[in-house]
Design a protein around this ligand. Structure first.
Ligand code: MRU
Length: 356
């Protein structure tokens, strides 16, 4: 399994996902600004991976502030770090894992600062915290995998969208973690993968991850999903999530909502797989989730070739929101949440704080 990101010698090393699967190339970030750029360009992407990248970006930012001014006052350091945190969080608005991780790091910093002004020591504590966010994510994904595999029938035909695999996380994956575990248990007959326009995370990343692990995979275009549901005896659909509201409404890669509606029409169970840090307990409904809109060129160009007329008006939301009524279950590291979502999600809220 390829390493999505790695913290080594005070640098964050990221595999450039925009070049996969053709080229495996690493970006060495020794500056938080380079991590921010990598997030904006989708060189690193996927909600849990964004959380870990954001945590390490904060470590790089703090490292820079301390090294550039050895006599910096605690209050100045705190204010400057806050600005850096805001910059990191603003790189991508939809995946709540990013703000969750950065805010957790910032809280740890403030707490440590109230005990001591030994900045190098605080930096070391924050580095440890970022490592723990990273390691926890892999552990959680493995639990999600085991919990989710329990609902996969033998000889299963599964459909997935976007990439919720090792590449979207610190390792193993959420939706692909379930598929990976079900494959270990010899339950997977076929995984249909939507190519996932406009940026083809399904075709480039998920198809590649599954092929590398010799998990049976068939690539389809997004518009073929309904026909595949109708004709290929799909047993279940599993996707990841970028943010889940307190009522279970779920933001994920654009196209997920359509799949969920189609699944209902065809009587196919529709599952979301995500760790607790993808829940935004403050948001009462999905309508309040911010949806990132991205550059028109992502649609008007395929690779480097312009395919649409010049100056055409474009709408390019990167995510959509699936109302919870279409979701059969949300597979988490603490088990599968089902309806009534509001009540059952609330019951999990306290566990999030205990996790890292
Ligand atoms: O724009 P992306 O590639 O970051 O979108 C990723 C997704 O929508 C994933 O499905 C989601 O982050 C879950 S990843 C485990």
């Amino acid at each position: 399994m390829i390493k999505t990101l790695e913290w080594k010698n005070n640098k964050l090393i990221i595999v450039d996902q925009t070049l996969l699967p053709g080229t495996i190339q690493y970006i060495v970030c020794n500056d938080y600004r380079r991590v921010n750029l990598a997030i904006k360009r989708l060189e690193v992407r996927g909600a849990p991976a964004l959380g870990a990248a954001g945590a390490y970006a904060l470590v790089l930012g703090l490292q820079e502030l301390i090294n550039s001014n050895k006599t910096i006052a605690a209050n100045t350091l705190k204010n400057k770090l806050k600005l850096i945190c805001n910059e990191i969080i603003s790189t991508r608005p939809t995946a709540v894992n990013l703000s969750w991780a950065v805010e957790l790091m910032q809280q740890t910093f403030i707490q440590e600062l109230s005990f001591s002004n030994d900045f190098p020591k605080i930096l070391a504590i924050l580095e440890k915290k970022a490592n723990s966010i990273f390691a926890q994510d892999i552990k959680q994904n493995k639990k999600i995998g085991r919990n989710g595999a329990a609902v996969i029938p033998p000889n299963a035909v599964i459909l997935t969208h976007c990439n919720a695999g090792a590449l979207a996380t610190c390792g193993f994956g959420t939706a692909l973690g379930v598929i990976r575990q079900a494959h270990f248990e010899q339950k997977v007959k076929m995984v249909y993968v939507d190519e996932t326009r406009p940026l083809l995370q399904g075709a480039r990343l998920t198809a590649w991850e599954l092929q590398e692990e010799k998990i049976p995979v068939t690539l389809i275009t997004d518009s073929m999903a309904s026909w595949v549901m109708k004709t290929k005896k799909v047993d279940c659909i599993i996707t990841g999530a970028d943010r889940i509201a307190a009522n279970g409404d779920t933001a994920n890669k654009v196209g997920t909502y359509g799949l969920a509606v189609l699944a209902k029409q065809h009587g196919i169970p529709f599952y979301i797989a995500a760790p607790l840090n993808t829940f935004d307990f403050k948001l009462t409904t999905g309508t309040k989730i911010p949806i990132e809109e991205r550059a028109p060129e992502e649609i008007t160009f395929i690779a480097d070739k312009q395919v649409a007329p010049l100056n055409i008006k474009v709408f390019n939301p990167a995510f959509d929101i699936t109302p919870s009524k279409y979701i059969t279950g949300i597979i988490t590291e603490h088990g599968i949440i089902q309806k009534p979502y509001k009540q059952n999600i609330k019951a999990l809220q306290t566990l999030l704080k205990e996790d890292v």
